[in-house]
Design a protein around this ligand. Structure first.
Ligand SMILES: [Zn+2]
Length: 329
């Protein structure tokens, strides 16, 4: 009899053990994964292809795999995936060819990066050697890299997103740029609600897309992530606004500012908590219009999937960052 009562206990203990092992492994791997990726990039960097070019393409591909259903998610350290035509050659009757000789014969780009005699599009060494070789055909400047990206992806927004990631990696010499911050210092007075989809609200990039954070004139507005300033200026609805693109294909939009941080300009690299401007009520009119609504920060988030960019609700992220900033204090 007693055994019958013990069985669920064993099951519980076993599943607890299982999940804690899996969880502990996840905990451990974050830094290890970054280190492993960096080792791969450094192994295949060259004078013409610095590590951050390879890393930026890889990160971009990882980003789009997370939000696209039409392309598989790649496990393993390197996310880059090639089309069969690019790898094996458009005229190759064997679309999944892994023979370096016949791939070269049919004009494919797939290469054997670790000298095992196989050009395997799932092998990190072969992937990076192939990409590094492709990039090196274009030259060593950032303009050359841009041209290589343009020929490969044929999309201006994609080239821009990858260049943004590359410039961030180059600047910070790190892949770990995931930290975030609440846009308003939490010791200031402010209020905001989850109003996604509400018809009332001010100043999305198109319709009302974002969260309005009400605060007094002059309250500092800070970058919520690492990123590059993409836009800084006037817009009819947004007023004085700043757009920042990060390394996760996310575009952060800050509108209705009373003024900017004068030390910043388009192309500058920012960190979480870098002050980009100050809360105001600018917008809804010609340049300089102000005071048509109560002062607030309009904050929007947009995700680029390699084809289109769409807005998503920033409210859940804001709640997380707010809590983290309060705990940090
Ligand atoms: Zn708004």
């Amino acid at each position: 009899m007693r055994h019958r009562y013990l069985l669920p206990l064993y099951v519980c203990a076993l599943s607890w053990l299982f999940f804690s092992v899996v969880y502990a492994k996840e905990e451990l791997t974050r830094e290890e994964v970054m280190d492993e990726r960096m080792r791969y990039y450094l192994q295949f960097e060259s004078i013409t292809t610095p590590w951050y070019f390879l890393a930026a393409i890889d990160q971009f591909e990882r980003n789009i795999q997370q939000v696209r259903n039409d392309i598989p998610k790649r496990d393993g350290p390197i996310a880059i995936q090639f089309s069969e035509e690019f790898w094996a050659g458009a005229q190759n009757p064997e679309s999944l060819d892994t023979s370096p000789e016949s791939i070269t014969y049919f004009g494919g780009n797939g290469l054997d990066g670790d000298a095992d005699g196989i050009a395997d599009p799932d092998n990190p060494n072969d992937i990076l050697y192939t990409m590094a070789t492709y990039l090196s055909l274009y030259g060593e400047t950032e303009e050359d890299f841009k041209l290589a990206l343009w020929d490969y992806y044929m999309r201006e927004e994609t080239v821009n997103q990858i260049m943004t990631i590359a410039m961030m990696y180059k600047h910070f010499e790190s892949l770990d740029l995931d930290e975030h911050a609440f846009p308003i210092p939490t010791n200031y007075n402010y209020s905001y609600r989850g109003t996604w989809g509400a018809s009332r609200g001010w100043g999305g990039r198109r319709i009302h897309e974002g969260t309005d954070l009400f605060a007094g004139y002059g309250t500092p507005v800070r970058s919520t992530s690492y990123g590059v300033i993409e836009i800084m200026g006037w817009n009819e609805f947004g007023g004085w606004r700043v757009g920042i693109r990060d390394s996760h294909n996310t575009y952060h939009y800050f509108a209705h500012l009373s003024s900017f941080n004068k030390d910043l300009k388009v192309g500058d690299i920012v960190e979480p908590r870098t002050i980009v401007g100050y809360v105001g009520s600018s917008g809804y009119g010609k340049e300089g219009t102000s005071g048509k609504f109560p002062p607030h920060l309009h904050y929007g988030m947009y995700k680029y999937n390699g084809r289109t960019e769409w807005s998503f609700d920033p409210y859940p992220s804001l709640r997380v960052w707010e809590r983290q900033d309060k705990q940090r204090k």
